[in-house]
Write a protein that binds this ligand. Structure first.
Ligand code: HEC
Length: 150
């Protein structure tokens, strides 16, 4: 009973943190900026590792592709909490992110869906399916960068 109670309290704490406004998760604006840029950097690195296989620059290895696709699917959820209001200056984030927030969020959500689809494709171990899903993911990165990144 005691243990069960502790688990429930912990689960509640996690749920609360996830539903807090993004701003409350960072001590200062610079922390939010560093967080989103770091998340994009690490995610981009793992995207590139799959890209190298898709473009035949390194030999295809199904297990490596899957491991990277799963990392990308997880990391794709992270950067957007860092787009706290008033953090465009000195970064490549365009002010349009905040004036067209719904459009930005939709672009983020499309990219997350495509990352999830890439990991489904990677589970098949079939390079042709991975290549198609990778192409769709790349297009969704580019679409947002075209509109919202300097
Ligand atoms: C919904 C919009 C959006 C999507 C989708 C998106 N990005 Fe970005 N990305 C941005 C913005 C905005 C910045 C600039 C952030 C800044 O300067 O603070 C950025 C920055 C980056 C950076 C540079 C990070 C740094 O500052 O060093 C990389 C790398 C990157 N994105 C990779 C990707 C990849 C790979 C994808 C797709 C898998 C992707 N992005 C999808 C909006 C997006």
């Amino acid at each position: 009973m005691q243990i069960k109670h502790k688990v429930m309290v912990a689960a509640f704490a996690v749920g609360t943190a996830a539903s807090m406004p993004a701003a409350a998760q960072f001590q200062k604006p610079a922390d939010a900026i560093k967080y989103r840029q770091s998340a994009f950097t690490v995610m981009g690195n793992h995207v590139s590792r799959i890209g190298a296989m898709v473009q035949n620059r390194v030999p295809f290895d199904a297990a490596t592709a899957l491991a990277n696709a799963e990392i990308v699917a997880t990391l794709s959820k992270l950067p957007y909490a860092g787009f706290v209001e008033g953090t465009a200056e000195g970064t490549k984030a365009k002010p349009a992110i905040w004036s067209q927030r719904a459009k930005f969020d939709a672009a983020a959500s499309t990219m997350q869906d495509n990352a999830a689809k890439l990991s489904v494709a990677a589970k098949t171990g079939d390079l042709a399916q991975i290549r198609t899903a990778f192409g769709a993911l790349g297009a969704s990165c580019k679409a947002c960068h075209d509109d919202f990144r300097e």
